[in-house]
Design a protein around this ligand. Structure first.
Ligand SMILES: C[S@@+](CC[C@H](N)C(=O)[O-])C[C@H]1O[C@@H](n2cnc3c(N)ncnc32)[C@H](O)[C@@H]1O
Ligand SMILES: [Zn+2]
Ligand SMILES: [Zn+2]
Ligand SMILES: [Zn+2]
Length: 433
């Protein structure tokens, strides 16, 4: 089949990495490489009422769906546009009421199935890679992952079977595995989770821990911009994971979620690992390697414990986990150590939730410098931390500090999001006010 392709790029076979995307021309830092509308997407339940379900616009005074009273829209056009996707969910929500609780992946897959029915043939999101070509690694799934797939398929049938005709079990299994390996989450400028989506062409890009592009979102469209100079012939790499952590941790995550080990420059030279694992300087006796290992094990356990605790503990109990673990790790880890930063980031999140602006600011101030060292020069994590901090300062009447932090955020966002992104206009307005 002859397809349009994406100007300045081509699909190719990347040795050891499957298919990939390659540049055919020069892209300089900040250039838009391509944009890709979502093939299917879903707004996360927690952001209902704050964002339009159809176009993801964030504003007050959206109008509710008259039937389910759960979905919100800018206007009748957005509601009509969303109806084919919302219809089965609307009916299911009306039917199940409080018991309606499919996972976000199940909701997304339901929409993909509806989309496949209404849109035959290749969509504008599939210029280089079709959704039905997704690498699913089905043969590599362990028992736990197979059981999760089974549970997702059961939930899909449970919540949607009256409203959607499903393909057979094997096709569904492949679809869930494909979405797990190729799906995206959509975040806002502060990296708050907004939803999940599939962008097939964006999924063609392989991973590097020193990526030469960044993906941002404008509504439900993904935009890919260069954050390093890219020459003709270069492979175009995105990052799949949070790049804060040391090489070993990153690769555990890549193997577990994407079934490969990374061979990028960062992973071979491990040049940032030492700073990421920094130890306290003023210790009378340096810690033994076993003691460090033991503390890393403890840190990883706390991170996991906290992740679970978020679902059932009170904010104050969560803060206590953060503070206790920071004290314990602080016996040998420096404040710039990534495990310390991880817990400070969590603590900052809880403080923001509790509207403890002072607490949030203190954590943010400790996080921001080491972030700019550990992350690549253009990083959404660093930008969003400057943004949060800048907004905190402005809210606390610390104008000059606020403007300074927001300028740092803007310098990154103008490259990653593009100068004409509405986030940029919003931040500039906040600075003027
Ligand atoms: C989102 S897909 C990327 C496109 C994929 N190469 C394909 O042919 O469909 C993710 C999969 O690509 C492969 N992959 C991505 N980055 C890689 C890398 N740096 N090294 C090896 N394999 C990689 C892995 O198989 C991974 O599960
Ligand atoms: Zn809208
Ligand atoms: Zn509805
Ligand atoms: Zn790597």
């Amino acid at each position: 089949m002859k397809t349009e392709g994406i100007e300045g790029t081509e699909r190719f076979l990347s040795p050891g990495k499957g298919r990939g995307l390659r540049a055919l021309k020069h892209f300089k830092v900040g250039d838009l490489v391509f944009a890709c509308p979502a093939y299917a997407y879903v707004l996360t339940v927690n952001e209902r009422a704050a964002h339009c379900e159809f176009c993801f616009t964030r504003r007050e005074g959206l109008s509710k769906c008259g039937k389910c009273k759960q979905a919100y829209y800018c206007n009748v056009d957005c509601q009509k546009g969303d109806w084919p996707m919302h219809k089965p969910e609307c009916a299911a929500m009306c039917m199940y009421g409080e018991n309606w609780c499919p996972s976000e992946t199940v909701r997304l897959v339901a929409r993909i199935i509806v989309k496949q029915k209404v849109h035959k043939g290749r969509s504008p999101s599939e210029r280089l890679l079709g959704l039905n070509e997704f690498e699913s690694h089905l043969d590599k799934l362990d028992n736990e992952k197979n059981e999760m797939n089974e549970a997702d398929i059961a939930a899909l049938h449970h919540f949607y079977s009256r409203h959607i005709d499903f393909p057979d079990k094997a096709t569904l299994n492949e679809l869930f595995a494909g979405v797990n390996n190729n799906g995206f989450t959509i975040e806002d400028e502060e990296l708050s989770h907004l939803g999940s989506a599939v962008f097939p062409d964006v999924a063609l890009m392989n991973h590097s821990c020193s990526p030469n592009v960044i993906v941002t979102y404008k509504g439900t469209t993904a935009e890919v911009r260069a954050v390093q100079d890219i020459s003709p012939g270069d492979e175009i790499f995105n990052s799949y994971i949070d790049l804060l952590y040391p090489t070993e941790d990153r690769n555990e995550r890549l193997i577990d979620s994407y079934f490969f080990e990374c061979d990028c420059k960062e992973c071979t030279t491990k040049s940032k690992d030492k700073a990421k694992m920094a130890l306290r300087k003023n210790l009378s006796t340096p810690p033994e390697p076993e003691e460090i290992q033991e503390m890393v094990r403890y840190a990883k356990n706390v991170i996991e414990e906290f992740r679970r605790a978020k679902h059932y503990k009170t904010p104050n109990e969560l803060l206590e986990i953060c503070e206790l673990s920071l004290e314990k790790m602080g016996a040998i880890f420096a404040e710039t150590n990534v495990y310390m930063l991880h817990m400070m980031y969590q603590a900052m999140g809880v403080c923001l939730y509790l509207q403890d602006w002072d607490g949030a600011m203190k954590y943010g101030e400790k996080i921001i410098k080491p972030y700019s060292v550990h992350y690549p020069p253009y990083s959404l994590n660093t930008a969003s931390m400057y943004l949060k901090l800048g907004r905190l300062y402005l809210g606390m009447e610390k104008k000059s500090q606020g403007v300074k932090a927001l300028k740092k955020a803007l310098a990154i966002m103008e490259i990653a999001h593009g100068k004409d992104h509405h986030y940029i206009a919003e931040v500039k307005k906040e600075m003027e006010e």
